[in-house]
Design a protein around this ligand. Structure first.
Ligand code: SF4
Ligand code: SF4
Length: 172
């Protein structure tokens, strides 16, 4: 009987210690500043090298579409979410249609890396939340509109390919 009483007291001791420890954690987190923000009323500043939404760009000097409809992005895309039809022109080619299923995009950036004209780039934003999946099926107009709405990231295809180039052999 005495042994049962001792083991009961030991159990109560363990339980009290466990509750005390848990309450300590709760109290510490209660006093800590929240890590969440009231999005979209409050927006977090993205880091300098952040890359998010995909978009199509215009040539800043001529105002022409940069995309030449070459379809390299379509071929490289792992989940095959890009579809491009080329429109042949006299001096250059264009994308007749360009679709991107953003809801299935892996954000791997391979399409950006292979683009010879820096036409497809990632923006410094991911603010395209929606409850309607169809809104994330982007056509050429919407991709251009996103390119004008958001700030482009630093990472164009030209810059990314430049970073992968082997180091130059030092001259003797
Ligand atoms: S980021 Fe990757 S997955 Fe998304 S469209 Fe480009 S190549 Fe495809
Ligand atoms: S976005 Fe670039 S890679 Fe894709 S079709 Fe246009 S020019 Fe070619």
């Amino acid at each position: 009987m005495a042994r049962n009483g001792a083991s009961f007291l030991a159990e109560v001791g363990h339980l009290t210690a466990a509750v005390g420890k848990t309450m300590g954690v709760t109290l510490r987190n209660f006093l800590r500043r929240p890590v969440t923000i009231h999005y979209p009323d409050v927006k977090r500043e993205y880091p300098e090298r952040f890359r998010g939404l995909l978009a199509l760009t215009y040539d800043t000097e001529t105002g022409e579409e940069n995309c030449i409809g070459c379809r390299l992005c379509e071929y490289i895309c792992p989940p095959q979410v890009i579809g491009v039809e080329m429109l042949k022109g006299e001096k250059r080619n264009y994308a007749k249609t360009f679709t991107l299923e953003l809801y299935a995009c892996e954000y791997c950036e391979l399409c950006v890396q292979v683009c010879p004209t820096d036409a497809i780039v990632m923006m410094r934003s991911v603010d395209l939340a929606t409850a309607d999946r169809r809104e994330l099926l982007l056509d050429k107009d919407r991709l251009h509109e996103l390119g004008l709405r958001y700030e482009p990231s630093w990472a164009t295809g030209t810059k990314l390919r430049g970073m992968q180039a082997p180091p130059k052999v030092a001259r003797e």
